[in-house]
Design a protein. Structure first.
Lengths: 354, 354
C-alpha cells in the first residue's frame, strides 16, 4: 500500500506518543507502516493499537526516527547506512545541533529534519492518536545540500498526517521556537515561581489572567530541561533582550510613565502579530458572558441554545471561582453576532451580557 | 427599600462599568440606589439601564466612589464631609497610597477600601451588568482605625452583588496584586514584545501556549500605566526577584541543568498553589481531545452529546489553527470520567481521544 505522495512503505523507529501517532495516521491514509522499538512491550502496544506491523522491512521509502533526543544522531546514522535509498527524518524539537552532526555522515543529503508542533500531557503508544497532528504546524528543516526528493517526501508526510508543513532551515527553526515557545515558557515559569510563599489570602485574589500566564509552567520539568538545554544559544540571546526590557520596566515604573508605556506598547503590538484567533482577528471578536450552574448538563444546555441562535462560536472559556457553584462562561463570537447571541440566550432564561 | 444587611439607600458616584454594574446588582437586590456622574450623558445612560435614580439623596447609608483613580481622594473627602453618618468605599485597584492620604481626613474611620476583581474589555454604563461580580473575589481593605460597622457594611455590599469578600489591610492587598496580577502582566508583555520583528514563518510556529502567556499583554496600555505606576513600590520589589530568577536561567541554560531544573521546579510548584481549576485540582483532571468542524452548530452538537454522557465538564479549550476548517477542542473532565466520555463521543461519530 502506497499513495502518490508516499511511494513505498514507512518505517517508524520509536513507538512513543509522536511515533505511534504518525504511524496511526499513515496507516489510516492507506500507507504500509513497519514499527521498531527498543522495548518489545512498547512495540507490542503500538501494534495492538493498529499502528502497523512489527515485521522486518526490506526497503522503506521513508524512515521516521522518533526516539529520545540523545539517540537521534546514532539512529539516523544507522538508518542512512541500512537503507541506502530511503529518506530519513526525525521529530526532535531543536534542530540545528542535530543537523550539524548529521551533515558529517555519509548520505546526509537524504536526511530532512522534522518538528511537528504537537504534543499531549500524556506519553507512550496508548496516548497516541491519528489526529494528533491535525491542523498543527509541522516544521520541515532543510539545508542547501538536502536532496529535493527527500524534502518533498517529508512535506508529503506532514500533509498526509494532517499537519501544516513549513519548510525552513534548522537555525531559523531554532530561533523561531526560542521566540514563540521556549522564552514564553521561561517567562511563565518566572511568573509562577513568585507565588511560592504567598499567603493563601493573597492567592485568593488570583484571576483568569494569572491562570493563563502560568498554565505552561506546570509542564514536565525534565522535558523542559532538555528542550531549553539543547536550544541554549538561541534562548539565551532572546532572554538577554527580555532582561533589557525588564530593566526598562524596573527603571521606569513609578518614575517614567512614557518609558513604561513604550514597553507595554511593544507587548500589545506583539500580541497582534500572532496568527489565529488571538491575533489580528481579535479586534473583530466580542465576548458574551453567561452564568452557568456547575453541574452536569447545564453547559450542554447552554451550547445547544447557542447552536439554535445560529451564531458561530470562536472560543469558549469557563471560570470556576473559589469553589462557587456558578461558573462564568465567556463565549467569543464575531462582534456583529454578539447582540443576537445575548438576545437568544436571554430569551431562553440565561443570564447573559456582553 | 433596604435589606437587613444594607440599612438604607446607596449613592454611587461615577457611572462607569464598575459603578453602574454595582448599582444594577444592588437595585436587583431591592436596595434603593441614587446615581451621580460628572457627565450628564453618562448619568442618563445609567438611569436608562435601570441602575437607579438621578434624584438627589438626603442620607445614604453607603457611598460607592467609582471615579477614576486620580479623583478618588477628593471625592471621598467630599463624601465624608457631605454625609457625616455614611460609610464611604471606593473601587480603585491599588489601595495603600489612597488609604494613607484618606487617613489624614476628618471622619476617615468611616472609609473602607474596595477592590472588586472584575472587569471587561468594554467600559461605560452600557457595558455594565448586574452579574459582573458573580463569584469574583472582592478585596475589602481596612486599618485598625476602621469603624467595624463600616467594614461590615462593605462586606455586605460585596456579598449582595455576588462577590466573594476578602478582608485584608491595604498593604497586604497591594503586595498580593503585585504577585498575582501586576507582575504576571509585565511578564506577559515581555514575552509578547519579543515577537516584534519576527518573520511570519517564525510566527507560523506559534501554538496555544504562546497565546495563553501573551493574552493579557493585549490589554489597554493607559490603564496598565496607571495600575503599575500606582503600585510601583510593590511591583518593583517582585520584579527584582524575577530578575534574579531570570539571571539564574541565563547563567544555567546549557551549562547547569540542575540549576535550571530548580527554577523550573519553583515554577511548577507555584502553579499548584493557584486556587481553582488550574491549581491543586489539576492532578485529578484528564483532557479529552475532539476534532470539530468549524461551522455553526457543530460545537453545540458536541456539547449536547457530551451532556448525554452525564460527564461534567471542568473546562473547555478550542484551538483554531492557521485557518484550517477543523478545530481541536480540549475537554477537561475528572480522570475517572475520561474513558466514559471518549466512548460516548466515539459512539456518536466524533474523533475523540485522551
Amino acid at each position: 500500500m502506497t499513495s502518490a505522495a508516499m511511494p513505498g512503505p514507512v518505517l517508524v523507529i520509536g513507538c512513543g506518543l509522536i511515533g505511534t501517532s504518525a504511524a496511526l495516521a499513515l496507516t489510516e491514509a492507506g500507507i504500509r507502516v513497519h514499527l521498531e522499538d527498543i522495548r518489545s512491550s512498547t512495540l507490542e502496544l503500538a501494534v495492538s493499537r493498529g499502528a502497523g506491523t512489527a515485521d522486518p522491512i526490506d526497503s522503506p521509502s521513508l524512515v521516521i526516527v522518533a526516539v529520545p533526543p540523545a539517540e537521534v544522531v546514532a539512529t539516523v546514522q544507522r538508518s542512512l547506512q541500512t537503507w541506502p535509498s530511503a529518506t530519513i527524518t526525525d521529530v526532535a524539537s531543536v534542530k540545528a545541533g542535530l543537523q550539524a552532526r548529521i551533515a558529517e555522515l555519509e548520505g546526509s543529503a537524504r536526511y530532512v529534519g522534522s518538528h511537528p508542533m504537537a504534543g499531549s500531557e500524556r506519553s507512550g503508544p496508548m496516548a497516541a492518536s491519528s489526529r494528533l497532528f491535525e491542523g498543527r504546524p509541522w516544521a520541515v528543516t532543510t539545508t542547501p545540500d538536502t536532496d529535493q526528493a527527500a524534502s518533498d517526501l517529508v512535506v508529503a508526510l506532514a500533509d498526509l498526517v494532517g499537519g501544516v508543513p513549513l519548510v525552513m532551515d534548522a537555525a531559523a527553526h531554532d530561533r523561531a521556537v526560542a521566540v514563540v515557545s521556549h522564552v514564553p515558557h521561561v517567562l511563565s515559569v518566572l511568573a509562577a515561581a513568585r507565588l511560592e510563599g504567598a499567603p493563601d489570602e493573597h492567592l485568593a485574589l488570583a484571576g483568569p489572567g494569572l491562570r493563563d500566564v502560568t498554565r505552561i509552567a506546570g509542564s514536565d520539568i525534565s522535558l523542559w530541561q532538555d528542550i531549553l538545554g539543547s536550544n541554549a544559544d538561541q534562548v539565551r540571546i532572546v532572554l538577554q533582550h527580555v532582561r533589557e526590557d525588564l530593566d526598562r520596566v524596573i527603571d521606569s515604573i513609578g518614575a517614567d510613565a512614557d518609558g513604561l508605556g513604550r514597553v507595554l506598547q511593544s507587548g500589545q503590538d506583539g500580541t497582534r502579530l500572532i496568527p489565529g484567533k488571538h491575533g489580528a482577528k481579535d479586534a473583530e471578536l466580542a465576548t458574551v458572558f453567561v452564568s452557568v450552574p456547575d453541574h452536569p448538563g447545564e453547559l450542554s444546555r447552554l451550547m445547544a441554545h447557542t447552536g439554535e441562535s445560529q451564531v458561530n462560536i470562536e472560543d469558549i472559556r469557563i471560570d470556576h471561582e473559589l469553589g462557587r457553584p456558578v461558573g462564568q462562561v465567556e463565549i467569543a463570537v464575531l462582534v456583529a453576532s454578539a447582540d443576537t447571541l445575548v438576545e437568544a440566550l436571554t430569551a431562553r432564561g440565561w443570564s447573559a451580557y456582553r
